[in-house]
Structures are given as structure tokens and as C-alpha cells.
Design a protein around this ligand. Sequence first.
Ligand code: PEP
Ligand code: MG
Length: 756
Amino acid sequence: MLETLKRLVQEVNQARNLEQALTIIVSQVKSVMGVDVCSVYLKNANDQYVLMATDGLQDKAVGKVVLKTGQGLVSLVASRAEPINLKQAPAHPNYKYFKITGEEHYNAFLGVPIIHHRNVVGVLIIQASKAQRFDEEAETFLITVAAQLAGAIAHAEVSGEVDELNTPTKKRVIDSRPIIGLPGASGVAMGKARVVYPLADLDAVPERKIENIPEELEKFEKALSAVKQELRIMSKRLEDKLPVQDHALFDAYLLMLESDSLSGSIRKRIEAGSWAAGALSETIQEHEKVFNEMEDSYLRERVDDIRDLGRRILMHLQQDAPTETDFPPNTILVSEEVTPSMLADIPVDKITGVISVRGSRTSHVAILARALGLPTVMGASDLPVRRIDGREVIVDGYSGRVYVSPAETIRKEYKQLLTQEIELSEELQGMNELPSVTLDGEKIHLYVNTGLLADMSPTQTSGAEGIGLYRTEFPFMIRQRFPGEDEQRLIYRQVLEAFATKPVVLRTLDVGGDKALPYFPIEEENPFLGWRGIRITLDHPEIFLVQIRAMLRASIGLNNLNILLPMISEVSELTDSLALIHQAYEELLEEGEELLMPKVGVMIEVPAAVYQAGSLARRVDFLSIGTNDLTQYLLAVDRNNARVADLYDSLHPSVIRAMLQVVESARVHNTPVSVCGEMAGDPVAAIALVAMGIDSLSMSVASLPKVKWVIRNLTRERANEILSEVLIMEDAHSIRAHLSEQLEQAGMGGLIRAGK
Ligand code: PEP
Ligand code: MG
């Protein structure tokens, strides 16, 4: 059963559109379960259930049978959101007979809901003529099928829509809807999707049309002969080492590569206008399907050889580095999982937005996109990535919506919003020179988060009072090895110099979790609970000391260095780190450097540190609350997991109370507290942060004028009142709604949604 299920899910995932996906489902389920009928009903925009596919009922009923809420067994299954298993369906009071279906022959009925992201999107039904309840095994199998297929159906639905946009004469079955993801970086972007996919991943190759067919054929021939050449070399090398019959395998591979069914099909697809990588991927998938269906297990296993050959050709096709022309102006970068290096590969003046199927707001790639001011949607799990290359897309980074090939009305609306956005951002530019004080004179220091040298100049003109968080891991991530002391010193010097008279907070290396160094791989079951941040650098004092020495030497003569320690969960980690910092300081003094001891701070980002904030505060010069991790650890919600992203909100009452406790503990020791997680740059949260008594906020450069606008339009007194209103609320949703309402009322709604 498991194998059948796997194969079914795979086939549905590969379906070109909804219609094909549903046809596969009904025919396969009917045959595997040995029943008389299998049908699927899907919910339309009017909350009615429409018969979308059937194997067993009359074909002509498809699209004609429509059940309103409360009508028939189908809507009963949907409203109860649980299976209904009946021996004699016609005897049930909710049974509704449609002549067109010809279902009068069937008695037994089992319907299970198809649920995607908590919403019932349809109902899957089996029927049989024999009046007998389906057994428990049938019921659990159908539930498993429906649960597995919900995502694939939603996916195929969107793919189908995307296809239908190409065939405007065809009647559209389902209304055009946006794909709902998660807000990654605020702003609105319109442009052309460019799908980027990982190396040698045949299943991730997007569809792409090309104009220059001879050029594409040439690319393919080049890759093909390179692979043939590789095989010949391998064959030669193993000539005397393998028995003759095994060695013959290489000849078989070469024949396979030259065969009409493989390279011939690929060439045909290219001649029909597909790019080589797409033609290759489709052909391999087609072969895979044929082989998978073979009875002979030896032949079935040959599928691995075909995939291997396919991957080899793909690698050669991918070797040609992307050229400037691969990225037209207003490129929207799209990928299953956008990585920092994918972002870095596209010229900054060409990219205008980002969409990632995986990840969420606090994934590091979203943080980078924010630093670059790129509207971003994360966790767009229903996006048919492989089908949207080259299409026009709209990215709404406020609501997390993506529109693929948008209708004219939507496009017009967003064009207007975009104009308003530009006006708003020009108005906000005017904030740069103004102080960050509330209407009743309370000063809140605003700093910038960074980790990229490229974004230094907008940072310098942003009116920021310094750098509140420089993530040193970013320069470590784009190298092939650990950077040396001098190399690091030069990087840090540029940052410290750029803000010469203002404080700069350099955080020590915080790798692990979702930040991997290519040259220092860490394989762990639970990386966010594992070897991360200070835990790694204390275990490797040689890495830590080099970094501290580089920071100290970079600060000579500038004296604006502050060192911040990430992931502290034990007082001993702090005392050990302080000892190493003193050691580096003493060494440098002995070496004759003229140094001042920098200020040192601790990140409060682990619940344990909240409860020991006092013990930490009395040993350091400042505390900085890392709300990204603090929220993840307090709420037990992975910050990168789009599936649970609804549960992730730094405005959760527990996070607010934890932060209040930190402020209170720090105050006893006169230790200032800043916030450097993404919450600091959220205009909605700003009101609460001011009232909590946070001394400074550090955020992306794009958020700074927005947060300043909120601060300048608020009295501390009113903020305090709002915080007390919020403190009696019991969930993040109500708190966010209440705070957003305050912004709307004060005429600042443009900060949290598209438009002004
Ligand atoms: C945080 O956790 O809030 C933080 C600022 O650090 P990072 O996002 O780099 O983990
Ligand atoms: Mg953190």
C-alpha cells in the first residue's frame, strides 16, 4: 500500500494541471481499492462543492453537479471535516440524488475531507453497489490519500490556473487567486520570474521557452559529448578491473545516451522551443515513468542509471555561468529554497523581488533581502515553481501574496500601490535628519543591522546612530575557508570606519542552526538546539581568539567597537568568553598595540538567558534581545518552517512578558537593553517596544525611517496605555490587530500594507 501511495503522490505532483491530477487520483484510487466509483469534489469561490472528476459515475456529470452548503453528503463530510462511512447512502437524510450521475446503483459510501492548511478544499469519495460499510483499512487508506494529496491538489490547482492563462479561450474553472505565502520583506515588486534551481537536481529544472533553437541544440550536443567522453574515460580506467559482463555496462550507457528515445526526444523538445535543461528533465521523467511500471525488477532498477546519466548532462549544462542577459531588468528571483549565494549571483540593479517556497520571515535569506530592500515572500508552498519562469509576477511583501500572470485589474491596482509606495518612501527619506524622539521628548536610539559591506552607503545616510548588529558570519559564509586575522581586521575596519564616531556592535561568529559554513559542515538532527553560536566558538578558542584580535586591532584609533556574544545560555559561557576577550586584549597590549577595552554585551535569545538576565547584566555593558531566536525557542516554533509560521509571532504575550522581565532585571544593574531581532524593525511592534522601556532598536536600513515615523508620532504616555491594553490580551493575533489599528488610526497604515 505504501508503495502505491508513494507512486500516486509522485504522479499527481508531476501532473501538468488540476484536471490531469484529479483524473490520476480517481482512476488509481478506484483500481487500487477495488471499488465501483471514485470521485473528487472541490470547493469553488462560492463555497459550493463541484464534482471535478469521477471514475464510475457518468462523465457528463463532471462540472454539472454542484452542491451548496448543507446540501448532500458531500457538504456534510466537508462541514464536519471528518469521514462519513455509510452502508446505504440513499437511506441517509442528507443524501441528494442527481440523475445525471447515474449513482442510483450504489449503496456503500465513504467520503473523506481534503484539508489543506486547516481549510477543507474538497471531498474524496468512494462508492460501491454492495450495501456494506467500508472496513477500517479502506477508511484509513482513503484518509491517508486525501491528506497526502491536499497539497498536491492545491499545487496542481495553481499550475492549472497558470496554464489556463495561456489559453484564454478555455473557460476558467477556478477563479484567479493569489498564492499565499508569508511576508518576508515589506514592499511591493512587479517583474519577471527567474527560477533558479540547485545543481544537478533534475526535478527542480523549470520550464523555459527559448528563441534561438540552434544555439540551444548546440549547448545540448556539447553537454552530451562531454558526458560520453567521461564515460569513455571511466570505461578505460576500469578495463582490467571489472569482469567483461560488468564492463559492458559502459557500452550500454553510451548506447542509451545515443538512442533516439533519449537524445532524440530531448532534441525534439528543444526543436519545439524548450530550453535544453527543461527538455532533458522532461525526457528523463518520462523514461522514469515507463521504467517504474515495468514488471521486471532488474529493468525497474535501471531507472537509477538513467537518472545518473541525466544528472551528468545537467551538470554540464549548468556549468555555463549565468550571464547578464539571463537576468532581465526587474527580475524576481524564485526558487524552492532561495540561498544567500543565489541572491549574490544576480546583479543588484537587476533584481527587484524575491520568492522562496521554503523558509519564513526570520530565515537568514529574508534578513538579507530586507537589508537589500527587496520585497520578499517566503513559504509560498503552493507556488508551481517549475512552471512560472519568465512569467510576470507581483510580490506583495506585506501580505505575503504572490500573483502569477496577474489579471489587468490586479496589475493596475498594484501599479498604483507601487507609485504610492515610492511616494511614501520619498516622504520617509525626509526622516533621515530628524531625531528619533517621541512627542513627549523620550529618546529611542535607532541603529542598523548589517552584515554586508555592499549596503554600507545607504546605512551611512539613513540617519542611523550606529550599527546595532553586524552579523560577522555573512563574510565567513561567502568564503572557501575561515578568513585570517588580517583579512577579518580589514573587513571590520571598514565597518568601524564607516561609522567612525558612532557605536558599532560586532557580533562574534554565530554559525550553526540554519547558517552553515561550506568549509565547516555540521551534521545534526536538531541544529537549532545543537552546536551553535558561542557553543562552537568556545569549543574552538583558536577561531574565537583570531576573531576577537581582528576586531580589537580594527578598532585601534577609532574606539567605537562593541562586542556582542550570541546564544549565551549559561553564565559560565559568558565568563569564559570574557576571559578570552581579556586574554586577546592583554596579548595585543603586550604586542605594543594602543587599545581601549571595548564594551561587551550579551544577546538574550534563549529562554534560559531571560531568567538569568540579572546575572548576565551585572557582568556586561549592555544586553541585546534577539527576538528572532527568543521567539523560536520560547514558542517552540522553528523560525524557518513555513508550515508552523502562523504560530510564530514576536508579539506573542509570552515573548512580550519575557522581554519585560529582561528590561526589569537589567534596570537593577543600570545595564541598557536593545532589541536587534526583526521585531525591532516592525512598525507595529514599535509602540510596544517604546513602552517596554527598551533603550535602543536595531533594524534593517529599510525599516529605520518607518520605525522613526511611528516613534515621532507617539507619546510615551500613550504608548504605555497601549501596552497595558495589550498586556491583558491572550494571543498574538489580538495584540497585532490592536497595535495595527493604532497605526491605521494615526494615519500610518501605509507602513504595514501596500500603498500609502
Ligand atoms: C536574533 O536571533 O534575533 C538575532 C538578531 O540573531 P540572528 O537572527 O542572526 O539569529
Ligand atoms: Mg539569533
